[in-house]
Design a protein around this ligand. Structure first.
Ligand code: E4P
Length: 231
């Protein structure tokens, strides 16, 4: 089970890599805005960080050592322009996986980009039928938005379950990134459903490590330590 960090903030990426062993990063236009930097400055900073940490390139299976999903300009509305933009982004770092929206033009762009060797993460996926086409075109990743579904009152885990089942049965190689995961409960449910990857903000991963009984237990052990003769 891989953990990706959903962020474009370099200090967070660096911290989460050093201390939490994150396996990759996902960004989107919101995260770029929150980084406080213009798009090109933010992604070039991430590309440099990848190099400095000797993470540039691919492993023996041909997968990015440390994939970073970078989303194309969300205003692009035809597949030709999406492809031109994707190529430019990919030139900045070979680790960049191009995030493309799951709409009619986006899926065309993703298919053609995959055929030319530029890996894609088809994003904003909200139904199993969308996910099926993403698997059929052999995109590198599909991103069902679990947190957004749950926030709107839908059952995010049930739809994830369907996608995982279909992908297994059909033998699609596309890896499932559970996106916009908001809590430890969702992390555990996504893992139990057999998702390949989770992406979440740093605060979500940190909150998921806390439990009041751990603090309660620690306090008990501190008392025992303090009342042990000779300590
Ligand atoms: C994932 O790839 C998306 O960037 C992300 O999970 C969207 O979530 P957000 O609502 O935290 O921006």
């Amino acid at each position: 089970m891989k953990y990706y960090l959903d962020s474009a903030k370099l200090n967070e990426i660096d911290y989460a890599y050093k201390f939490y062993k994150i396996d990759g990063v996902t960004t989107n236009p919101n995260h770029i805005r929150n980084s406080g930097k213009p798009f090109l400055v933010a992604i070039t900073g991430i590309a440099n960080w990848i190099k400095e940490n000797n993470l540039e390139g691919k492993d023996e299976l041909g997968n990015e050592l440390f994939p970073v999903s970078v989303e194309i300009n969300p205003h692009l509305d035809n597949y030709q322009d999406m492809i031109v933009e994707a190529r430019k982004i990919h030139e900045i770092s070979p680790n960049f996986v191009i995030k493309i929206p799951c709409n009619l033009e986006g899926v065309k762009a993703a298919k053609l980009l995959e055929e030319e060797g530029i890996r894609t993460n088809v994003t904003l996926v909200f139904s199993p039928s969308q996910a099926i086409q993403v698997g059929r075109i052999n995109a590198r990743y599909v991103s069902p938005f679990i947190g957004w579904k749950e926030a709107s009152g839908d059952d995010g885990i049930e739809y994830l379950k369907q996608i995982v089942k279909i992908y297994k049965e059909k033998g699609y190689k596309t890896e499932i990134i559970c996106a916009a995961v908001r809590s430890g409960k969702q992390i555990a449910e996504c893992a139990a459903m057999g998702a390949d990857i989770i992406t979440a903000g740093l605060a979500v991963y940190e909150d998921a490590l806390l439990h009041p009984f751990t603090d309660f237990g620690l306090k008990k052990f501190q008392d025992a330590w303090d009342h042990t003769e000779g300590n």
